[in-house]
Design a protein around this ligand. Sequence first.
Ligand SMILES: O=C(O)c1ccccc1NCC(=O)[C@H](O)[C@H](O)COP(=O)(O)O
Length: 223
Amino acid sequence: MSIRTRAKICGITRSQDLDAAVAAGADAVGFVFYAKSPRYLAPEAAATLIASVPAYIATVGLFVNASTDEVRKVVHAAPVSMLQFHGDETPEQCLAAAEAVSRPFMRAVRVRQDMTAADLLEYERNYRAVGPLFAGLLLDAFVDGYGGGGKVFDWSLIPKELAPRVVLSGGLSAQNVTEAVLQVRPHAVDVSSGVELSKGIKDPAKIAAFIQAVGLADARQGK
Ligand SMILES: O=C(O)c1ccccc1NCC(=O)[C@H](O)[C@H](O)COP(=O)(O)O
């Protein structure tokens, strides 16, 4: 019996959406601390939501090119359990911020069609080299330079030896996540647009359907 595929619901801004994600069985919830995002949530508001997250559900704080000091201030106000860097942050910059708040971090990768398996494996090596605070890669298709765009990338670009260590993201929904998990067999999946009524406003039914579709893939794999 192998480990079931984990699921993160990202871009949570309201308590009712957090409740829906927890009730559906999400393993992680994400809060966007990038001010230009329509899903931006102020740290103080995130803290109120974080206080209601049951134990053993990860809370992920999402940053785009924030300074170490900015990360420190946000996490002091909103004590997420994990960081996610979604800008141009170098391994050194990710490590400095992660060490400043003593949190592990995920590194989002913009997967382009011209990337090779070797490129992705080298990318992971470069970040894994910073030490145990590196928690893994989140593979995404950026839109206009950012995440949360609801765009799928070519899953066949993901090397099989990398798949069990990555979070698969980008344009996922209940309609394609079963196929995505069966094809890629990632450690986890992540979704924002695909479970929304509008940016930052989640649909409880879509959240439940997404988590159920992930479970369907696991059942078909005998997990
Ligand atoms: O969600 C955002 O608004 C966002 C803004 C800037 C950088 C990253 C952002 N989201 C990161 C995530 O982890 C999303 O869940 C991921 O990009 C997938 O989004 P979607 O394709 O909408 O499911």
